[in-house]
Design a protein around this ligand. Structure first.
Ligand code: GDP
Length: 446
């Protein structure tokens, strides 16, 4: 999987990481090569374009971390974007939702995609790895050979297969599978639906009828990874008409270019849950975006090096702030920094989250309705203060409050609220400081 892409990219990044300083032109040239490499791997054009745009924006907005080279940092950004591209927003991984037994899982896909093989591989995996009691049933009434194939595979892997009753419709078979699964105490039943050589209305109607009958917990689409962009189009089509919850890409052991895997999530919004890596029954792997990105880039050392360097710097910053707090110094500038951080992270995070007692503080802030709008307003108030006022908010008398409120278009009561909040936080910081000489470990979690 991904060998040629991987080779191309390591060529690009070897050059980049060996250079000390980087100009914008260096980065642009490297990213152009990355783009070509992606397109050659059959990643769809909009996805490749979007990918490069994201990397460019992040590279431009990031200060260079001490003790790593800019090139190494670019590798890290590319890595993170690859993971994001493969995983989508939720960062989910292959695991199936098959609680509340018996859980129906619908296997759909075109004929020849590897659907029957994958059904058996998955059954084996659920049985061996997850200790589930599994039942399989073939609904391919028009192809007795396909039904026979599933029975043979079932015997081979020691998984029960619903006996064939000639003349039944797919919906009838599905119903019988459900009854059998309930009576037999099965955890999961896999329904191998009929395939066709191409998508047609009759097939879709048949699969939709089965779906309506069993209400599957998962509908897994099996697609041939070697077909590249066609695999992505097939997925879009099936999803529109049947609704799929996940994708299994087969033949990823071949010398395909991997583009289907890379575009699938971005184009269809559906996660790849498993990949097929051969004809054998154990050749099915869970799809881990992190691992796959790592394999594509082949630069795990650099990625973890940059992660460490970034962590060290965050840690140093946290320690510097802690020192100030311990000395009872927490002025309006510090509060502003914290508020800005909260705005960025959507709540108490980063440094704040490392402080003890922050859970309680978060609750207070939540109670005060501290949403983005409030945070922005509070920052605006601090910005309207003079340097002296920020350093020493005790000097805020009525006339100063009025001036500040006018300056940011708010009420004096808003200014009072902020001052009160600052006082409370400063008190807390001081108390924490007095809690004595707690070591680094005691104060900073993790
Ligand atoms: P179906 O028509 O979709 O049910 O397809 P089958 O399950 O019968 O598979 C068609 C062929 O593809 C069989 O020879 C399988 O052994 C093969 N196959 C399935 N998955 C993989 C895979 O991940 N890698 C390889 N190399 N072959 C596979």
């Amino acid at each position: 999987m991904f060998e040629s892409l991987s080779e191309r990219l390591s060529g690009v990044f070897d050059k980049l990481t060996r250079q000390g300083a980087l100009t914008e032109a260096d980065v642009s040239a490297a990213l152009r090569e990355v783009r070509v490499a992606l397109l050659e791997a059959d990643v769809s054009l909009p996805v490749a374009r979007d990918f490069i745009r994201q990397v460019q924006a992040k590279a431009a907005g990031q200060a260079v971390t001490r003790s790593v080279t800019p090139g190494q940092q670019v590798v890290k950004i590319v890595h993170d974007e690859l993971v994001a591209m493969l995983a989508g927003d939720e960062g989910e991984i292959g695991a199936l939702r098959i609680d509340s037994p018996p859980a129906p899982v619908l296997m759909v896909g075109l004929q020849g995609s590897g659907k029957t093989t994958t059904t058996a591989k998955l059954a084996r995996r659920l049985k061996e790895k997850d200790c589930k009691k599994v039942l399989m049933a073939s609904l391919d009434t028009r192809r007795p050979a396909a039904m026979e194939q599933l029975a043979v595979l079932g015997a081979q892997i020691g998984v029960d297969v619903l006996p064939i009753v000639p003349g039944e419709t797919p919906v009838q078979i599905a119903r019988r599978a459900r009854q059998q699964a309930m009576l037999g105490g099965y955890d999961v039943y896999l329904l191998d639906t009929a395939g066709r050589l191409s998508i047609d209305d009759e097939l879709m109607a048949e699969v939709a009828a089965v779906r309506d009958e069993v209400k599957p917990r998962e509908t897994l689409l099996v697609v041939d990874g070697l077909t590249g962009q066609d695999a992505v189009h097939t997925a879009e089509n099936f999803d529109r008409r049947i609704g799929v919850t996940g994708v299994v890409l087969t033949r990823m052991d071949g010398d395909g270019r991997g583009g289907a895997a890379l575009s699938m999530r971005a184009v269809t919004g559906k996660p790849i849950k498993f990949v097929g890596l051969g004809e054998k029954m154990d050749a099915l792997e869970e799809f881990h975006p992190e691992r796959v990105a790592g394999r594509i880039l082949g630069m795990g050392d650099i990625v973890s090096l940059v992660e460490k360097a970034q962590e060290t710097i965050e840690q140093e910053e946290a320690e510097r702030m802690m020192k100030r707090f311990r000395q009872g110094r927490f002025d309006m500038n510090d509060l502003k920094t914290q508020l800005e951080q909260m705005l960025r992270m959507g709540g108490v995070g980063g440094l704040m989250s490392m402080l003890p007692g922050m859970g309680k503080m978060q609750k207070q802030l939540d109670a005060a309705g501290l949403d983005d709008k409030v945070l922005r307003r509070q920052i605006a108030i601090i910005q309207s203060m003079t340097k002296a006022e920020r350093r020493n908010p005790q000097i805020m008398q009525a006339s100063r409050k009025k001036r500040v409120a006018r300056g940011c278009g708010l009420e004096v009561s808003d200014v009072n609220k902020l001052l009160k909040m600052h006082r409370q936080m400063a008190d807390m910081m001081k108390k924490m400081g007095k809690m004595g000489k707690m070591g680094k470990k005691g104060l900073l979690r993790g």
